[in-house]
Design a binder for this molecule. Structure first.
Ligand code: HEM
Length: 477
């Protein structure tokens, strides 16, 4: 697959030069089934036809029950909000994730989803998350300390570093440091569940029988069992100790459904803790990985973030109350999530025949909302492939349609961890840029590959230079 890269290192060095970072080159039209399968398994984003980046809706009748790619804001709002009952989550998602996540908030439907979501929602209110910010900045300091042990300017595997840091955050905030024994096994097993996931998705999309073998199947099942065992062990230990504390585990175990006062069962707790763990660290890691890549290629934005962090937070640990004032830092993060949405595709099912954008969609059809293409749609964005955080100045952002930018989804199933993720990503990015300068190696042009989350092909090697002139940061408050 050829990458479309319009501007290279030379252009990036001078402020004001446009940066067109790597993207995928779409095929001209829908493909025959065999080619589609091959392309999809390699990188699902490469199977998105060009028309998906240009039209409000593209319907493909061939093969199976057909599918529609939906991108126009009025139509995605209908699917995700106004007519969401007619567009439930797909059995596909359940089939792909249920071995690991059971019937938690991400994978359940109807009454079961509704009461789990209502029970967990108070845990994720912004005001209740503020006390996690020190745990977030402590994880950033831990990563900065690891960079300090390496030679100045040496290449770091930023994708791995970000996964380790965001895992530390979710582990600290969910298990309050009570999971050290299991942490390494959990981290290793969670990576094992995504590497070959495109086969699992393709098998579900094409309705392969469940007994059929495909690459990675048994490895994913083993990883799922290991993950569930580890989280069960933590829960049993914490129950024995009386479920005290203010971490997500203790709060979820004490939470009760607003109407009935019913707490979650042991299985529901394991399902949801694993859901938060899986949905909550890999996504934020990828948001940070792509952001650091973009600012390494556009150093003028690194300097603007640095100046802002100094002005807002000085040299001390970044406090929860300061995060909303880091407007440039947040604009850069959002522009990175526009170009590289950490969760690049959402799926829904057509429950009954329905009209959408001038097409009659038949019951059983698959709806794909390719956030990646919505965020680069020609009708929605000027010069869509150009990196330009100015788009997220508050005055310009106010003019965006509600589902024009939706890295966290939209409607009743929107990401429950949205505020958590924005707090974490802002605190981590600000801490990293204040402590270090990130430099592109001048060569690596990572293709964005969808593996449920958006991964950089070939990893993300960047040079890290610690800013020695900066006074050491205080211990986190
Ligand atoms: C940058 C980080 C994140 C991104 C881009 C992201 C993205 C998304 C998206 C697009 C959805 C909607 C899926 C759909 O409607 O089909 C979603 C749902 C969800 N996310 Fe996130 N997420 C992030 C961080 C988190 C965090 C930190 C947590 C928890 C700690 C979390 C937990 C969930 C859960 C439980 C759902 C299912 C909600 C429901 O179905 O009611 N996510 N996320």
């Amino acid at each position: 697959m050829t990458l479309t890269v319009a501007a290279m290192g030379k252009a990036d060095a001078s402020a004001g030069c446009a940066l067109y970072p790597p993207t995928v080159r779409p095929p001209a039209g829908p493909m025959p089934l065999r080619r589609f399968l091959f392309t999809f398994v390699r990188n699902p984003l490469s199977s998105l036809p060009q028309a998906v980046y240009e039209e409000p809706i593209v319907v493909f009748d061939g093969g199976g029950r057909g599918l529609a790619w939906v991108t126009a804001p009025a139509l995605t709002e209908k699917v995700l909000l106004h007519a969401s009952a007619q567009f439930p989550k797909t059995p596909l998602e359940k089939r792909v994730f249920q071995h690991t996540l059971g019937d938690g908030i991400l994978t359940s439907e109807g009454a079961s989803w509704r009461w789990q979501r209502r029970t967990a929602a108070p845990l994720f209110r912004p005001a209740d998350l503020a006390h996690f910010v020190p745990a977030m900045t402590a994880a950033a300091e831990g990563q900065i300390a690891r960079w300090r042990t390496r030679a100045p300017g040496s290449i770091a595997a930023i994708d791995r570093d970000m996964t380790a840091t965001t895992f530390q955050v979710i582990s600290n905030t969910m298990f309050a440091g009570s999971a050290d024994a299991e942490a390494a096994a959990i981290l290793k097993a969670s990576d094992g569940t995504l590497a070959t996931i495109s086969w699992e998705i393709a098998a579900a999309m094409l309705h392969f029988p469940r007994w059929l073998w495909y690459p990675g199947k048994f490895r994913r099942r083993r990883a799922a069992r290991r993950l569930r065992r580890a989280v069960e062990a933590i829960l049993i230990r914490r129950r024995a100790a009386g479920l005290v504390g203010d971490d997500l585990l203790a709060r979820l175990a004490r939470a009760q459904a607003p109407e009935t006062g019913e707490p979650m069962s042991q299985k529901q707790l394991v399902d949801n803790l694993l859901t938060f763990l899986a949905a909550g660290h890999e996504t934020t890691a990828k948001a940070l990985t792509w952001t650091l890549y973009l600012i390494a290629r556009a150093p003028q934005w690194q300097e603007r973030i640095l100046a802002e962090v100094h002005a807002v937070a000085g040299a001390g640990a970044i406090a929860a109350g300061e995060l909303d004032r880091l407007l440039i830092t947040r604009a850069v993060l959002k522009e990175a999530m526009r170009l590289y949405p950490p969760a690049p595709v959402m799926t829904r099912l057509v429950a009954e025949d329905i009209e959408l954008g001038g097409h009659t969609l038949k019951a059983g059809m698959l709806i794909l909302i390719p956030i990646f293409a919505v965020h680069r749609h020609k009708a929605l964005w000027e010069d869509p492939n150009r990196f330009d955080p100015e788009r997220f100045r508050p005055e310009y952002e106010a003019a965006h349609a509600r589902t024009q930018f939706m890295p966290f989804g939209f409607g009743p199933r929107t990401c429950i961890g949205n505020s958590f993720a924005m707090m974490e990503a802002t605190a981590l990015l600000a801490s990293f840029v204040r402590a270090a300068r990130f430099e592109w190696d001048g060569m690596h042009l990572p293709e964005p590959i969808s593996r449920v989350t958006l991964r950089p092909k070939g990893g993300m090697p960047l040079k890290v230079w610690l800013r020695e002139a900066i006074a050491p940061t205080r211990a986190p408050r």
